[in-house]
Design a protein. Structure first.
Lengths: 641, 122
């Protein structure tokens, strides 16, 4: 602080009170000046009182106690100032106060001069009391000590003065009372003054510091906001109610190709392309009415003329219930758009691929289904083939059986015929001999010889039947009229059928001819007819029917005989199987028939029901143009069973 | 004067030869041979043989072979086969192409053979 051009406050004091609050700084300065003034006054007083005493006393002696006192006081004031400069304000001040009071009261007590001026000096006390608000820096309660002290000294002073001088009791009391009131009043006022001031200061300081804190907080908040706005990778903006830009973060500058630190004077419309301006204006207007939609997309307009897609999110700024602008972020969605379009492309491609794939799969599925069906059909075919194979195998087994029997039969036949020949020949020879030489015995031996002959014949028949199996010699190429053959057989069997069995014939067309072996066919049909006859016990009917059936000739021979059980029926073609008694049949008849029919490429089938008769169905491949041809070969006359 | 037919019977089984002789000597002139080679001999010696009946199965040369050769040498003779076995294709062929006139099966039917012998004279 400077007074005019120079500063009388020493630098040391500045230093001491550098960190003190403003009021202390001011107070300390005041006290300093006060001290200086006091020092001057004391010196002046010393001089005046000294001069007065010198003039007054003839001896020219000074009244040393007063002078000493004044010197002491001066000394104390200097010390007080030094303390003050050093920063010991409280000590300095109280020292000063006490010194002053001591000085004043001393002066009042000691000074024997003018009574009026002595008692009037009490005003100094009051004056000093009045400085206390200025002097005190903290504890204000000390005032009461000073008040008390001063009142006490006052009382003492009043008493002594009253005693010493001719004051009336009343005036003394009056004086005491007045001065006491003044001191008390000044002290109290000083106290309240100081206290109120201090409290006001405290309050102000508190509110200042609160404001400072708030300001700091605000500053921090603003800083945070700014840092935050700068930190976001998007552009952060604020527009005022007129649509003018009031804030833009660094990213915003970059995004829109602007330079500078202050928001350029740009309206919201200038940030988008022509086509989008109407839309953004509408959106802005809506925002200002506190009605917004999140995330609008526009085409942004960069300062250098480039266009880029943006997405804007903003909200209104509300202050005291009024909308004063908008704040938001703007995202550069170029990348996202690119990615979106790529994704779309990929998705389309994928869909396309899926469709393709689906079609492929469907096609494959169709193929598989077709294959499956084929497989199913094939399986069916395989099953059928398996069935056929089984049948064929069964037939083969049967054939094998037949073949082995055939081989056996052939073997037997080959060997037996010769011995049979011997027997026959021998028997014949015997007969001849007896006829010639012992005619009278001929009658007797005739039966025996006949027996031999019959035996040979039967054996021969058996052998012949057996040898049939390996007989391949006779031709199968001749024309055989079925009707003719059947008639022949009937003739051969006439003995068995006459008067007993009625034969019904239905031979169809006359030209029913097969290509084959007449003898064998005779044999075949003979066996069948023979069996039929034998199955009829007593009277009955045999019906024979032949006709064309497609490219085959069908012959059906039915009888009204006993019929057969299923178990018998299944074995009729087995070699050596017979239901007749021993010696009545070899059981080879139908197996031979079966063989013969097979040889001719035909089929034979038996149906029979016990008690309902039997029916044999024979089919043979027909010759296309049937013509008789007379054959030269011998037919087999031997009948078989 | 000699209206009896002469025929040759060839068979390697002696019993058969004996039987044939016994049975047919009353009505026919029967010459026997025990083998094909003997048969050729007999044919050479007896030019009035008009019929030959031969057994099929013989040790060295079978009946058909014998007949074939004999037929070449003696074509006017009628040849017959007598067989105790099956009528083979060989026999059938021989029958068809006329090598043999017919065949008989064993055991033979006397009447059958007699008939054929009698008719062959015609």
């Amino acid at each position: 602080m400077k007074i005019k051009e120079f500063d009388i406050i020493p630098a040391a004091m500045h230093e001491s009170y550098r960190n003190a609050d403003y009021s202390l700084q001011m107070k300390s300065r005041f006290v300093y000046y006060l001290n200086v003034v006091m020092m001057v006054l004391i010196l002046v007083t010393m001089f005046i009182t000294g001069y007065n005493q010198y003039i007054r006393s003839e001896s020219g002696n000074l009244y040393w106690p007063v002078i000493m006192l004044e010197i002491a006081v001066l000394f104390l004031v200097i010390i007080c100032n030094i303390l003050l400069v050093k920063g010991q304000y409280k000590i300095a001040v109280h020292t000063l106060a006490i010194t002053t009071f001591v000085l004043i009261w001393s002066a009042m007590f000691i000074d024997q001069g003018d009574v009026i001026s002595r008692v009037d000096s009490i005003v100094f006390v009051v004056a000093v009391m009045s400085t206390f608000p200025l002097l005190l820096s903290s504890k204000s309660n000390l005032i009461f000590y000073y008040i008390g002290f001063n009142l006490f000294i006052l009382s003492v002073f009043t008493y002594i003065s009253f005693k010493k001088n001719d004051f009336t009791e009343l005036s003394a009391i009056d004086y005491l009372f007045n001065c006491g009131i003044a001191i008390l009043f000044t002290g109290l006022v000083g106290y309240f003054n100081f206290t109120i001031n201090r409290k006001s200061i405290e309050k102000t300081e508190s509110s200042i510091s609160k404001r400072k804190i708030a300001e700091e907080a605000l500053g921090e908040s603003e800083l945070r906001y700014k840092e935050f706005a700068e930190m976001l990778p998007q552009a952060v903006f604020e527009f005022n109610a007129e649509g003018k830009l009031t804030f833009l973060n660094q990213n915003g500058y970059q995004m829109f190709g602007l330079n500078g630190d202050d928001p350029p004077e740009l309206g919201i419309l200038s940030f988008v392309v022509e086509e989008d301006r109407k839309r953004i204006h509408e959106a802005f207007t809506q925002l200002m009415k506190n009605d917004w939609k999140e995330g609008n997309q526009y085409t942004g307009f960069r300062n250098n003329g480039e266009l880029f897609p943006i997405e804007v999110f903003s909200k209104p700024i509300i202050r005291e219930g009024k909308i004063v602008g908008i704040r938001g972020i703007c995202v550069d969605i170029t990348e996202r758009k690119k990615v979106e379009s790529e994704l779309e492309m990929h998705r389309n491609k994928l869909e396309y691929m899926v469709v393709e794939r689906t079609e492929e799969l469907e096609a494959m599925n169709e193929e598989l289904r077709a294959t499956n069906e084929e497989l199913y059909i094939q399986r069916q075919e395989l099953t059928d083939t398996l069935e056929n194979l089984k049948e064929a195998r069964d037939k083969l087994v049967h054939s094998e059986k037949m073949a082995s029997v055939g081989v056996l039969a052939a073997g037997i036949a080959h060997e037996i015929n010769n011995p049979l020949n011997f027997i026959k020949g021998g028997a014949l020879g015997l007969e001849e001999y007896i006829k010639d030489n012992l005619p009278e015995h001929h009658e007797n031996v005739k039966m025996l010889l006949h027996a031999i002959g019959t035996g040979v014949e039967r054996s021969a028949e058996i052998v012949s039947s057996l040898s049939h199996y390996s007989r391949t010699g006779e031709s199968l190429q001749n024309d055989c009229n079925i009707g003719f053959i059947l008639d022949n057989c009937l003739v051969m069997l006439h003995n068995s059928t006459k008067n007993r069995i009625r034969v019904e014939k239905d031979f169809g067309d006359a030209g029913i001819v097969v290509s084959g072996n007449e003898g064998k066919l005779h044999q075949a049909f003979l066996n069948i007819l023979s069996n039929s006859i034998q199955s009829i016990d007593g009277e009955g009917v045999i019906s024979i029917m032949t006709r064309f059936a497609d490219d085959r000739i069908e012959t059906v021979i039915s009888d009204s005989g006993a019929g057969m059980e299923k178990s018998v029926l299944s074995r009729i073609f087995d070699p050596f199987f017979t239901t007749k008694g021993p010696g009545k049949g070899t059981g080879l008849g139908l197996s031979i028939t079966y063989q013969i029919i097979n040889e001719h490429g035909g089929t034979i089938e038996y149906l029979s029901e016990p008690g309902a008769g039997t029916s044999a169905r024979i089919t043979l491949p027909s010759k296309i143009n049937g013509q008789h041809s007379s054959t030269q070969h011998k037919s087999d006359h031997k009948t078989s069973q | 004067m000699n209206s009896r037919i002469t025929f040759l019977y060839v068979d390697d089984e002696p019993i058969n030869l004996m039987l044939m002789e016994t049975l047919f000597r009353k009505r026919f002139n029967i010459i026997t041979a025990r083998s094909a080679s003997e048969g050729f001999e007999k044919l050479e010696l007896n030019r009035d043989i008009t019929i030959v009946i031969s057994d099929m199965r013989m040790a060295k040369m079978n009946g058909l072979s014998f007949i074939r050769e004999a037929k070449m040498r003696f074509p006017e003779i009628k040849y017959y086969i007598l067989t105790g076995y099956e009528v083979t294709e060989e026999i059938e062929d021989a029958l068809r192409n006329g090598t043999i006139n017919s065949y008989f099966k064993k055991p033979f039917q006397m009447k059958e053979i007699e008939e054929v012998l009698m008719n062959s004279a015609d």
